[in-house]
Design a protein. Structure first.
Length: 267
């Protein structure tokens, strides 16, 4: 357990990524170790350790100590839970559950379904792991985006207006945060958001929709890469037509995460 924690300090990771260490052993003998980023950017600790184990079957019935619950989904690499199952490990000792709601508990369940024994780090060591990963934990709990102005129900008579508010955690590189003006099922992306780290505040210049749609809403959303393509297309349509044509979204798709919203009226 202590060795895994020591390894986690070596992690090579981006802002708000977890620092993770992993140790593979069997019958009291060390087989291999790994830490996040050791085998390349984004490579998880368990994968880094198992990449060093060249002989098939060496890790069978082994015990894996990992400071973070093994992941269950990856864009490119094999998920760590699937990797541990395929290597037929006998026991996995977990430091802390993943604070990511899409993973939390799923890794543990999948290991149990594969009849792999689950253990937990000692409480004092869990506190150390959580302290090491405090930024990662807080980020997974949410950015804490708050809209301070305009107030709910405000009547807007002049445009453009400046939306402003505060945040708890600064978005990391790769987060696609967009302000939308919405009326009915039509969404209109607004100007880029400006974040101030010193004051933990943000601002955005925005416009409302047509006068015959008095009830409107401003939404701060985090969107996926796929939806970002739609957002860029919105700008290209304006370049060609000279008009701002809203994106018709009858039902918000996966990858559209509402972080904050405020209902306003156009006066």
């Amino acid at each position: 357990m202590e060795m895994a924690i020591q390894l986690s300090h070596k992690s090579v990771c981006k802002e708000y990524d977890p620092k993770v260490g992993a140790v593979v052993c069997r019958e009291g003998h060390l087989i291999e170790t790994g830490y996040r980023g050791e085998a390349g950017e984004g490579r998880h600790a368990e994968a880094s350790a198992f990449l060093k184990i060249k002989q098939p079957g060496v890790a069978a019935d082994s015990t894996v100590f990992t400071t973070l619950e093994p992941c269950t989904s990856r864009k490119r690499d094999q998920p760590c839970t699937s990797l541990l199952v395929s290597r037929r490990v006998g026991r996995v000792v977990i430091g802390m559950l993943d604070p990511n709601r899409d993973i939390r508990g799923e890794g543990e369940w999948q290991l149990e379904d594969a009849r792999i024994e689950i253990g937990k780090f000692e409480p004092d060591l869990v506190r150390v792991i959580r302290e090491i990963n405090q930024d990662f934990i807080e980020y997974q709990r949410g950015l804490g985006i708050h809209i301070a102005d305009p107030k709910p129900g405000a009547i807007i008579t002049r445009e453009p207006i400046e939306l402003s508010g505060s945040y708890r955690m600064h978005p990391r590189a790769g987060d696609r945060l967009v302000v939308f003006n919405r009326w009915s099922t039509f969404y209109f992306p607004q100007a880029p958001i400006s974040f101030d780290r010193t004051s933990s505040s943000w601002r955005c210049t925005a416009y409302l929709g047509p006068k015959d749609k008095p009830d409107q809403e401003f939404i701060v959303a985090r969107i996926s890469d796929d939806l970002a393509v739609t957002q860029r297309f919105y700008g290209h349509v304006h370049e060609v037509t000279g008009k701002w044509i809203g994106i018709d979204i009858p039902t918000r798709p996966p990858g559209f995460e509402v972080l904050a919203s405020v209902a306003v009226k156009k006066g």
